[in-house]
Ligand binder design. Structure first.
Ligand SMILES: C[S@@+](CC[C@H](N)C(=O)[O-])C[C@H]1O[C@@H](n2cnc3c(N)ncnc32)[C@H](O)[C@@H]1O
Length: 457
């Protein structure tokens, strides 16, 4: 492993820390997703397994805890943080994470960050970095939280201490609803705990027992991976299994389990990219002689769906199509999934940067799109057929409100009780009766929402 810290001047930065800084820079400059950038950066710096783990924790943890770290840095810097050069601020944040959340000795965390600042070309900020991090190192994490987060028990305290933007905390509180709002701190904490990797054994193609790990709590197809890379598992490499959060498995299951009157032949996944749910749905469809058509608006994501479905039975095809204008006759489909584009505020555990990137206004634009996609799906399904509307968000405006407003204008649809379709999952009722809302702190899954709407006429 590369040497970390120690005395001396003007050394090149430790590659593991430089790699973590590159991840932060790419997320900041290119709007990249940290989990997608990390493997490429680790490869580029030729990090061994131990250094790769260090870089992953350093980059992901820093992105997750940025809100708290910026509140701390603001008290240690003599000017507004917005006036600190962005690349130096990223290095400072990495330094704070090492000081307050990793077992890196103080002198090593500070001197390695000073080396990093020099290495990225800002020799002039070396003294500043050293002085700021010395101030940070004067207290431990709990002391800093007490200093910068205000009185415990307030919303403001939760925002800062658990590092979430105010509007996100507000929306998550509303999503929990008045009877559950006391779970807010547990939810925010769960967002900060990196999840274990969960695999799905696609039925008819792989058995959960083939996968190395522990069976998931609720999904009959899921296994929590013991460790190691998923791609090293033969069934994953062969496409018979895949990486998929248990919540997503349960959404597919709810759609497949809904009872139908009449034929059960044609399934449509309207927003299929990158194809995780399509692959599970196709396997479930094949078991009963039905076929799945997958639609996706973005051509490159449709390509990912094709890859996810390679070698699968039960596939009618993959089409690049706007779900608002699907290439299917109205009233012709037995089951439709609308896994709608959403804020993703239910998947913050696995997307450390997402909470800082999303804006309240994004949400309002997404709600309009969600309504239009669900409305189109309701037109596609035949009388007696079902539509599952899902999001990886627990935000009220994107979930219960979208479903409630569409149902209000469509006398030909009723809501099935989705909690009855997933009886193995306790305490999962959404704020709209009959919908299912999963939670990371309660179920150990992403905060997936699903409602099942049945056309009776
Ligand atoms: C939440 S993701 C779907 C995840 C996917 N079901 C899975 O399990 O892998 C939403 C997808 O909808 C796609 N999308 C956005 N607008 C769309 C539209 N108007 N019609 C169809 N797909 C759309 C996005 O490109 C994105 O791939």
């Amino acid at each position: 492993m590369a040497e970390r810290g120690g005395g001396g001047k003007a050394r090149a930065a430790d590659p593991a820390r430089r790699a973590a800084w590159e991840v932060l820079k790419t997320v900041r400059v290119d709007d990249a997703y940290a989990n997608l950038v990390l493997p490429a950066v680790i490869e580029h710096f030729r990090l061994d397994q131990r250094d790769a783990a260090f870089t992953t924790e350093l980059a992901s943890g820093t992105l997750r805890w940025r809100g708290l770290y910026d509140a701390i840095l603001a008290t240690c810097v003599d000017r507004a943080l917005s006036r600190v050069e962005a690349r130096v601020l990223d290095a400072l944040r990495l330094g704070v994470h090492q000081l307050l959340a990793m077992r890196v000795p103080t002198h090593a965390a500070i001197s390695a960050t000073v080396d990093l600042v020099r290495d990225i070309g800002n020799e002039g900020a070396a003294g500043f970095t050293n002085a700021v991090l010395r101030k940070v190192s004067a207290r431990d994490r709990d002391e800093w939280v007490a200093e910068v987060a205000g009185p415990a028990g307030t919303r403001k305290h939760l925002e800062v201490a658990l590092s979430h933007p105010a509007w996100v905390v507000e929306e998550l509180a509303r999503g929990l609803g008045p009877t559950r709002v006391d779970e807010l701190a547990d939810l925010l904490q769960a967002d900060n705990d990196p999840p274990a990797v969960t695999l799905v054994a696609r039925p008819g193609r792989a058995e959960p027992a083939e996968l190395p790990g522990t069976p998931t709590r609720y999904s009959p197809y899921g296994v929590v991976l013991d460790g190691g890379r998923p791609s090293a598992v033969a069934a994953v490499a062969e496409g018979r299994a895949g990486v998929q959060d248990e919540g997503s498995q349960l959404v597919a299951l709810a759609l497949a389990r809904a009872g139908l009157d009449g034929p059960d032949r044609t399934w449509f996944d309207m927003c299929a990219g990158p194809g995780g749910k399509s692959a599970l749905l196709a396997a479930l469809a094949a078991e009963r002689g039905a076929v799945l058509l997958a639609g996706e608006r973005a051509p490159h994501r449709a390509g990912l769906v094709r890859k996810a479905l390679a070698g699968a039975s039960g596939v009618a095809g993959v089409v690049v199509a706007d779900g608002a204008r699907p290439p299917l006759r109205p009233g012709s489909v037995d089951r439709v999934l609308v896994d709608a584009p959403c804020t993703g505020l239910g998947a913050l555990r696995r997307r450390p940067e997402a909470r800082w990137r999303r804006r309240y206004d994004d949400m309002m634009n997404l709600v309009l799109l969600q309504r239009s996609l669900l409305s189109s799906a309701l037109d596609l399904v035949r009388p007696g057929g079902v539509v599952a509307y899902a999001t990886c968000s627990p935000v009220y405006a994107e979930t219960s409100q979208v479903v409630g407003s569409l149902l209000g204008g469509r006398q030909d649809f009723v809501l099935d009780d989705a909690t009855q379709l997933l009886p193995e999952v306790p305490d999962a009722e959404g704020t709209l009766a009959g919908t299912v809302q999963l939670w990371p702190h309660r179920h150990g899954t992403d905060a997936m929402f699903v409602a099942v709407l049945r056309r009776w006429d």
